[in-house]
Design a protein around this ligand. Structure first.
Ligand SMILES: *Cc1c(COP(=O)(O)O)cnc(C)c1O
Length: 464
């Protein structure tokens, strides 16, 4: 039995999101429904999406710093624990602060529901665990975030799940060979890090459809402002919210968004269709339909893994998300200006930024991106080896040496001496990390100040 206000929400997306996220609806009548919010432009969605204020209640999304929720009576508890009724049970599987943040990200990506997680890393773990068991197989682009690469190639392997890494730029005929009868998902990143190629969505989603597999895309580096993979054939979208969604490097967090597009009753995913004994024999596909993926991930794997975000982090990430539509154009224009400046510089060996017109991925911006920008991350090769890199990095005043990306502040990293130092030179080259590579996450400061900072640091490197 649903609460009365629940039944009054007639829009299908709102119903799905509420069902999937076990969100209680606001008591007020005078609120924009989720259906209203889907018609908003991206700026309005960023600022006002998700949280629905009630009359007399807080206008700003409150931090619900509570681990538990009061129940009505023992019968209601029974309904909640059998998934018959949507509502909060215990913080591990839901909280009103997360729910508003989740609803906003689902809205921005065009999904039917979302789960926020303790980190981007656990968002990948949660999404993948919802689909595979020991003996299953994953096909993944090799050009993915290092943490996801190790999760697939090492940790999931120990748990009996094998991954074949593919070069997403290889022709489809070659990529077909990677798929097996026990393959359960295809994984890629919108902008691979650090190669910075934009994914060929048509080719990869075509392969996912051909082999009837869900296609998961990590959209962290592009953010929901620049592109929405669900529009280009992805079924599930993942974010490390620690990066552009939060935008200010205050908090760790992740999000899994369910596109509601995949038909789970094709025989490959019996756990979606067959009754779950632990929830009064609920069939996720039967009960939640389009939102089966997110409902199952929450009910089974958020419950078991406990990779839950904290209310305070969800609050900060939501606050950061309110300005995504203002930050991304600035990250992109600053990065383009810096890429163009470095390209003409005599101390620079090469520059890699997909926003440069001669970049191999440039055409995919017009094809797949909602806006012209190419985000804030670029790489370049500095002449003079470590003897130049050391004084260059040291001399930077505005940009700082940090492993993070997606912050409002400009930052640099020399992967060969830091994140990838444990690998041999050959292994680094195979991973696309030459020793002269400097990665820059360009912030939203004034373009002229960033360029001046790089100029004076390049001068300092020349003097050494
Ligand atoms: C950082 C990152 C992750 C992991 O996210 P955390 O929030 O650091 O756990 C996953 N994917 C990409 C593309 C990332 O940049």
């Amino acid at each position: 039995m649903a609460p009365a206000s629940y039944a009054s929400v007639e829009d299908p997306i709102g119903r799905l999101i509420r069902k999937a996220s076990f969100i209680m609806t606001a008591k007020s009548e005078n609120v924009p429904s989720i259906n209203d919010q889907t018609t908003w432009g991206i700026g309005t969605q960023c600022v006002q999406g998700g949280f629905v204020p009630e009359v007399g209640g807080p206008r700003i999304l409150p931090i619900y710093q509570t681990a538990s929720y009061k129940f009505e009576d023992v019968d209601q508890v029974g309904r909640l624990f059998s998934l018959e009724e949507s509502g909060y049970k215990y913080i591990r599987t839901g909280n009103p602060t997360f729910a508003a943040f989740e609803q906003k990200v689902a809205l921005l990506e065009g999904g039917v529901g979302a789960i926020s997680t303790a980190s981007g890393q656990s968002a990948v773990l949660l999404a993948v665990s919802n689909l595979v068991k020991a003996g299953d197989h994953i096909v993944s682009a090799k050009t993915i975030y290092g943490g996801s690469y190790v999760l697939f190639g090492t940790t999931l392997k120990k748990l009996g799940v094998e991954t074949t890494f593919i070069d997403p730029e290889a022709p489809a005929e070659e990529l077909r060979k990677a798929f097996r009868p026990n393959t359960r998902l295809l994984f890629g990143e919108t902008i691979g890090n650090p190669a910075l190629d934009i994914l060929d969505f048509d080719k990869l989603s075509g392969l996912a459809r051909e082999f009837d597999l869900p296609f998961i895309v990590d959209n962290t580096l592009a953010s929901p402002y620049l592109t929405n993979p669900l529009k280009h054939g992805a079924d599930i979208v993942i974010h490390s919210a620690t990066k552009y969604i939060g935008g200010q490097a205050t908090s760790l967090g992740g999000v899994v968004v369910d596109g509601g597009t995949y038909q789970w009753d094709n025989g490959k995913f019996p756990d979606f269709v067959e009754p779950d004994r632990l929830y009064a024999n609920t069939s996720y596909w039967g009960k939640f339909g389009k939102a089966a993926f997110i409902a199952k991930a929450r009910a089974q794997y958020l419950r078991d893994f406990g990779v839950t975000i904290s209310p305070f982090n969800a609050f900060l990430l939501n606050l950061g998300l309110e300005t995504l539509h203002l930050r991304m154009p600035r990250h992109s224009s600053n990065a383009l200006a810096l890429a163009q400046y470095l390209k003409g510089h005599p101390q620079v060996n090469w520059v890699n930024y997909p926003g440069l017109e001669d970049h191999r991925s440039y055409g995919r911006i017009a094809k797949y991106f909602n806006h012209k920008g190419a985000s804030g991350v670029l790489t370049f090769g500095l002449k003079g080896g470590i003897g130049a890199i050391r004084p260059f990095v040291k001399a930077l005043k505005i940009a700082s040496l940090v492993v993070h990306v997606g912050d409002a502040r400009t930052m640099v990293l020399h992967p060969a001496s830091s994140t990838h130092a444990q690998l041999s030179r050959e292994e680094r080259l195979a991973a696309g990390i030459p020793d002269d590579m400097i990665r820059v996450s360009v912030g939203i400061e004034d373009e002229a100040d960033i360029l001046r900072d790089f100029e004076q640091a390049l001068q300092a490197a020349r003097k050494e």
